[in-house]
Ligand binder design. Structure first.
Ligand code: RI2
Length: 317
């Protein structure tokens, strides 16, 4: 790799995130941090300023992959804010240690969040899930490890069908699973005690941006009086929304909805493929984080405490 260039590990990670080979807000954060570390360790920059410029370029490459999950820019902030130093070695050491600390905190946050979420679950409860969230899974795994007997209704989650991953993991865990297509959710809410979903981004007004279909599920659950819980570590709080920043909802390739011959058959039909939607705070009972559980309307206080009013975009500097 030449002086000033972005390393292959960054390009590979960015491609894997864009293609969703690496997916889920936590996994995206973890891979992003590791890629920045690789940039720092593999660089042949001649001086500290060049290495810092390379790290910003690497961050931009990673940032431009998927627009919605705020875990990505929050990870870039964490690592880039650490890259002080007057020499290449000093910057490299600072980044390597920040990334190690970040990844450790990520693991611990999920464990701590799992314990908080598990406290909402009791033996005999049925949990409905949407998509595949490792933060949600942490709550269920902790509950099961504590001896809580649960069953699950798992939504398929078109078009990428991440529900398959959730069904597989819960089955391995010994949780009885009923697997349903998305449109069957309403019919199964009477058998459901809690809807547990993850989040890609949580805004200052307590809205939850998560996999498309979450908003409709939460509205139906609220209407039936079923508990709606969002499991999301604080890395998913979007500090830019404190000052009016908006969340960009990703629209993915329409080939994920209709592919091959079908896409030719429906040639003259417009197909849309939004990947996320926004659930208003009033349809959510609690946001479960590693810092405890919060009514969504109060999450703004935690956001301000953790990120401050001016989060900055150090990759743009
Ligand atoms: P964890 C996923 O998005 C889902 O929306 C899921 O709820 C969220 O990320 C959080 O996942 P995608 O990457 O961080 O599948 O809890 O589009 O693992």
């Amino acid at each position: 790799m030449g002086d000033g260039q972005v390393c292959d590990a960054v390009t590979d990670t960015a491609n894997a995130i864009a293609q969703m080979e690496i997916r889920g807000a936590v996994a995206i954060a973890d891979a992003t941090a590791a890629a920045l570390r690789d940039q720092a360790t593999q660089s042949s920059a001649a001086d500290a300023a060049t290495l810092q410029a390379e790290l910003r370029a690497a961050a931009r490459r990673l940032h431009d992959t998927r627009p919605t999950a705020v875990s990505l820019p929050n990870t870039l902030r964490y690592v880039l804010n650490s890259m002080d130093g007057d020499t290449v070695e000093a910057v490299r050491t600072a980044v390597v240690s920040a990334v190690a600390e970040f990844r450790d905190r990520l693991d611990r946050a999920q464990t701590d969040l799992g314990a908080v979420g598990a406290s909402r679950l009791s033996t005999g409860d049925t949990v409905m899930t949407h998509c595949h969230s490792t933060d949600v899974l942490a709550c269920i795994v902790t509950a099961v490890n504590q001896g809580t007997e649960l069953s699950a209704i798992v939504k398929e989650t078109r078009p990428r069908k991440q529900g398959h991953m959730t069904a597989r993991r819960l089955d391995e865990l010994g949780v009885p699973v009923t697997f349903i297509v998305d449109s069957a959710a309403h019919s199964y809410l009477d058998e459901t005690d809690h809807v547990f979903v993850g989040a890609d981004t949580i805004t200052a007004d307590g809205s939850v941006v998560n996999k498309i279909g979450t908003a409709g599920l939460a509205a139906s659950a609220r209407e039936r009086g079923v508990d709606v819980v969002v499991a999301a570590q604080t890395l998913k709080l979007d500090p830019e929304t404190l000052s009016g920043g908006r969340v960009d909802i990703e629209h993915r390739d329409v080939g994920e909805v209709l592919s091959g011959e079908l896409s030719q058959e429906f040639d003259s039909v417009d197909v849309a493929n939004p990947a996320f939607d926004r659930t208003p705070a009033r349809h959510v009972d609690a946001i479960v984080t590693e810092r405890g559980q919060f009514p969504p309307e109060s999450i703004v206080m935690l956001m301000r405490e953790l990120y401050g009013p001016e989060p900055g975009r150090p990759w743009e500097a």
